[in-house]
Design a binder for this molecule. Structure first.
Ligand code: CTP
Ligand code: MG
Length: 182
């Protein structure tokens, strides 16, 4: 695979994992997942992790994966680069679910380390969702995962994800959709 093919594969295959966090910002609100419960005097997860945001985020990522599957045959003929194989149903669900699970896990760790809602946790904020999304997809759809995420693709994902995450969050902040730029 040449570098363009690696970049296209990394971006295409990760899109259903990238969108949930941003969709959660738009659909979030209402009752928090932890129901206000605390542990050691601090919230379990905090008000930033809601049922609506989680369901909305997963739905948005899954719908996007199905859309990509639908346009894939046409696009594959139009462009010179070979696209990854269609997302199997297990990956359609695992990519966005893992992304938000990683985000929730990060909030759990933030609260345990005394960080208030919205506090930055450099490194964790940028990679939590990608690591858990990839891990869950590797378990749920091992065949597709192995064929798609070769070592160069995995390395590319780990480099481009923090860059994309930082830039989309700065844009969401400037548009007043998010209260912090991270
Ligand atoms: N959101 C949500 N449910 C989720 C994830 C996000 O409702 N599972 C919404 C919330 O409105 C949240 C916003 O998206 O405030 C931004 O997400 P994020 O930055 O992950 O949450 P924070 O509010 O910064 O809280 P935390 O410190 O726990 O990350
Ligand atoms: Mg935040």
């Amino acid at each position: 695979m040449d570098i363009v093919a690696v970049l296209v594969t990394a971006f295409w295959a990760m899109l259903p994992a990238y969108v949930p966090n941003n969709a959660a910002v738009l659909t979030g609100g209402g009752p928090p997942i932890d129901g206000g419960r605390t542990w050691g005097g601090r919230r379990l997860l905090g008000d930033g992790k809601t049922w609506r945001g989680t369901v909305g985020g997963i739905a948005a990522g899954a719908v996007l994966a199905l859309l990509l599957n639908a346009v894939r045959p046409t696009l594959d003929e139009l462009i010179a680069v070979e696209l990854p194989a269609a997302f199997p149903l297990a990956a359609v669900v695992a990519l966005p679910t893992g992304a938000l699970l990683g985000d929730i896990l990060a909030s759990f760790l933030k609260r345990r380390t005394g960080r208030e809602r919205g506090a930055a946790f450099p490194g964790v904020d940028q990679l939590d969702f990608v690591v858990v999304s990839l891990a869950l997809t590797a378990v749920a759809a091992p065949g597709w995962f192995g064929a798609t995420f070769t070592l160069p693709v995995l390395a590319t994902v780990l480099v481009i994800t923090p860059l994309l995450h930082v830039s989309t969050n700065v844009i969401a902040y400037k548009l007043s959709l998010k209260s912090e730029p991270w």
